[in-house]
Ligand binder design. Structure first.
Ligand code: ADP
Ligand code: ZN
Length: 734
């Protein structure tokens, strides 16, 4: 290629604009280095006394004194950022009102990108046991066991285990660890799309054909793939992945829960012969860098990952799957506030890729987009093979006789006992971790709250501590009331899964009971192992939080008892009904996955509530239509736009003052027809000692909301420790 004539190549000395990962609000001018550089090149540039990472964003602005413009230090030996990713980062930044450098940080979350390819020492488990076991030593071995055979560098391992490198060296001498030389970054093995997949049902085959056709036609498109849990959606979208691979494109599968990826990776391996690249917070730094580089040079065909995988520098991304697209965890709730599902659609639209949104219970947003013809919709109408959806029935708790501090109704006890006697499994579902959500003093009537947050301390009897689910603070369970000092008058109120397990043990003395709650396991791996044991039959009664509602198959589970179906209906969240509907359907979907028909019993005090009725009747489209009509009438998402503004600071009066000033000077918002609510204390009004105040903005659907918010906030200067965060399309209203 004649480099000198390409608009995307800059000769040595040319003025170029470099976007760095530093928190500056502009692209900086530099001179192209010796040999020139491409637009998109990753470079190291001087910034004050430091060297920082950056990307050649385009031509320089010429706004700087040309005598003082410095040269790029070096061009890194990695694939340049493609124009597609540049434009995605820019668009995502303006959509979420995030500074561009923060977006670039998301896209470069792998250390040592500039390091030359080389060998390094890695450490893995050996087969000897050290002569003397110390705490530090066992921590090292635990880390390696937890990551199941992954190897670490010295620094990573020392950091993960919180030990010095001499501890690791000592273990090597003893043969408990093995030290090896390993090339830094290897390509991933090739996946074989032509290995035989499962024989698809007619429904599945039709859906797979449609997805394959869309991929062959090329260009952007989004498909909502809807089907109850177990209807075989995964098999269908794996066929789409196969087609993308055949076309020489890369594919990305996003999953909501790290804990569940292992089962999925095994399925990928069964389908394509090898495991794909895996990207999430549990992946070592070394592996991150490898994925990042290999994705960029096209040597990783398939990435399975958490939401941030969306910012990887794919070379030829042709397909993005967002599995369980309705899942709340796709919304990143701190740092850059983005919704990975929406950003997946944005990236695909820019790069001309296909998106598949898979769910048994789609979000109302996606449902409405399909309804409006913006998304294609494919339905898998029955469960794969013989299994059928469970029957659902309400247990009217107003009629059940229950002693105080008992939560399992006689009707549920009877049904469960029958199933257990028949050798089948039962799930009792309660979406509350810990022993009891409230600890109350019987002398003064006060509840124990967190010292730093506006949240109650939750008793975790298993850990023998009270814990704040907001900030994670824990304290020993006190014997005297922190308010009035009375001895031994503290009492737990209400059930968490641990307390439910106690009750279950009394009611079902002969049953093997397993309690599944994220905080009861030391690692995601340990939890996963336990889930697998249970699925294989190693428990009669499972007690679990929403953790079990997602994805995992329990073939012998035939009864689900929902302890408190009303739990999610409380509160003012605009998505409360939608969430309850989704969660209840998913939990119920755990029952009767194999040949045995399932039953779901929902304990409720409001059997006539429209949401409970919709869940019971199974009239999904009826539910969505009613919910859509209600949202449309209220002009709330997806029929209107919302943004949240969270102000925080240590001085509550200052925070409120700022909120009031902002609300009074909201001209740019009023101009676009938006309404502004607040300032009001945020639902969680204090976190880690900081007071939080919220403003809520509601705008017509077509209004240029981000632009108006930018103009509104432009004059704001934050004093002291005041902070401000904008949340476009808020999900949680925290
Ligand atoms: P979903 O993703 O909709 O929950 P899955 O794709 O996980 O459903 O399918 C549910 C179960 O049925 C899985 O164990 C899967 O292996 C099996 N299954 C799905 N489709 C087929 C098929 N065509 N042939 C054989 N087994 C299948
Ligand atoms: Zn707290």
């Amino acid at each position: 290629m004649d480099q000198s004539h390409s608009a995307d190549f800059f000769d040595e000395g040319c003025l170029i604009g470099v976007l760095t990962t530093q928190p500056l609000d502009r692209v900086l001018d530099y001179k192209a280095p010796q040999g020139g550089c491409w637009r998109g090149a990753f470079v190291e540039v001087p910034l004050g006394p430091r060297k920082v990472l950056g990307v050649v964003w385009g031509a320089g602005s010429g706004d700087f004194d040309s005598a003082r413009v410095r040269s790029v230090i070096r061009v890194l030996d990695v694939a340049p950022m493609r124009a597609e990713l540049q434009s995605f980062l820019s668009r995502a930044a303006s959509y979420t009102l995030t500074p561009l450098p923060a977006m670039l940080r998301l896209a470069t979350r792998a250390p040592g990108l500039g390091d030359p390819p080389s060998m390094r020492k890695i450490y893995r488990l050996g087969d000897k046991t050290p002569e003397r076991m110390t705490d530090a030593r066992s921590r090292v071995l635990d880390v390696l066991r937890d990551y199941g055979g992954l190897a670490f560098t010295l620094r990573e391992l020392a950091e993960q285990a919180g030990v010095t490198s001499s501890v690791i060296k000592g273990l090597v001498k003893q043969g408990a660890l093995i030290e090896q030389d390993s090339p830094r970054d290897l390509p991933y093995p090739r996946l074989d799309p032509d290995l035989p997949g499962k024989t698809l049902s007619d429904d599945q085959a039709r859906a797979a054909d449609a997805l394959r056709d869309a991929l062959r036609q090329g260009g952007y498109g989004t498909t909502l793939l809807k089907g109850v849990t177990g209807s075989g959606k995964t098999e269908v979208y794996l066929e789409a992945v196969a087609e993308a691979l055949r076309l020489g494109q890369q594919a990305l599968v996003l999953l909501p829960e790290i804990a569940l990826t292992a089962e999925f990776l095994t399925r990928v391996e069964a389908r394509f012969g090898v495991r794909p690249a895996e990207w999430h917070s549990g992946v070592t730094m070394t592996e991150r860098r490898r994925i990042w580089k290999m994705v960029g040079q096209g040597d990783a065909q398939l990435v399975v990952g958490a939401r941030s995988a969306l910012f990887l520098p794919f070379r030829s991304l042709g397909l993005i799957i967002v599995d369980e697209e309705h899942d709340g965890s796709y919304k990143q709730e701190d740092g850059v506030l983005y919704n990975a599902r929406d950003m997946a659609v944005l990236r695909a639209a820019i790069t001309g890729a296909q998106v598949v949104l898979a769910s048994a219970t789609p979000s109302l947003e996606s449902w409405a987009n399909a309804d409006a013809g913006k998304y294609r919709r494919l339905d898998l109408t029955s469960r794969f093979g013989a299994s059928v959806l469970p029957q659902m029935r309400a247990v009217d708790m107003r009629r059940e006789k229950l002693d105080s501090n008992r939560w399992i109704s006689p009707a549920l006890v009877e049904a469960a006992a029958g199933r257990i006697a028949a050798g089948e499994q039962v799930l009792l579902f309660l979406n509350r971790r810990g022993y009891a959500p409230v600890t109350l003093c019987r002398a003064c009537g006060q509840q124990i709250g967190c010292a730093h947050c506006d949240a109650r301390m939750v008793e975790h009897r298993f850990l023998k501590r009270l814990m704040c689910h907001q900030c994670g603070e824990t304290t020993p369970i006190p014997t005297e009331c922190p308010h009035c000092g009375a001895e031994d008058r503290l009492a737990p109120v209400g059930p968490g899964v641990e307390r439910l397990a106690e009750e279950a043990a009394e009611r079902f003395p002969d049953a093997r009971i397993a309690t599944l709650s994220s905080d009861l396991f030391a690692s995601a791996r340990a939890l996963k192992a336990r889930i697998e044991e249970i699925a294989a039959g190693d428990a009669d009664l499972v007690i679990g939080t929403q953790l079990v509602a997602k994805g995992h198959n329990f073939p012998n589970l035939t009864l689900v008892g929902v302890i408190d179906a009303d739990l999610g209906l409380q509160g003012s969240d605009l998505r409360a009904a939608e969430r309850t509907f989704q969660l209840m359907r998913q939990v119920a979907g755990r029952a009767g996955r194999a040949e045995k028909p399932g039953l779901a019993l929902l304990q409720t005090h409001q059997p006539d509530h429209p949401v409970i009725r919709a869940i019971l009747s199974g009239d999904e489209d009826g539910f969505w239509q009613a919910e859509a009509a209600a949202r449309e009438a209220a002009s709330v998402p997806p029929y209107g736009r919302m943004a949240g503004l969270i102000l925080s600071g240590s001085d509550v009066a200052q925070v409120f003052d700022l909120g009031t000033v902002l609300a009074r000077n909201a001209g740019p918002l009023l101009q676009i027809g938006a309404q502004i609510f607040g300032p009001a204390p945020a639902p969680i009004a204090r976190v880690r000692g900081r007071h939080r105040v919220r403003l809520l903005i509601r705008a017509p659907k077509a209004a240029p909301l981000q632009d108006a918010i930018s103009r509104w906030l432009a004059p704001v200067k934050l004093k002291g420790d005041l902070r401000l965060a904008v949340d476009i399309d808020p999900q949680s209203f925290l």
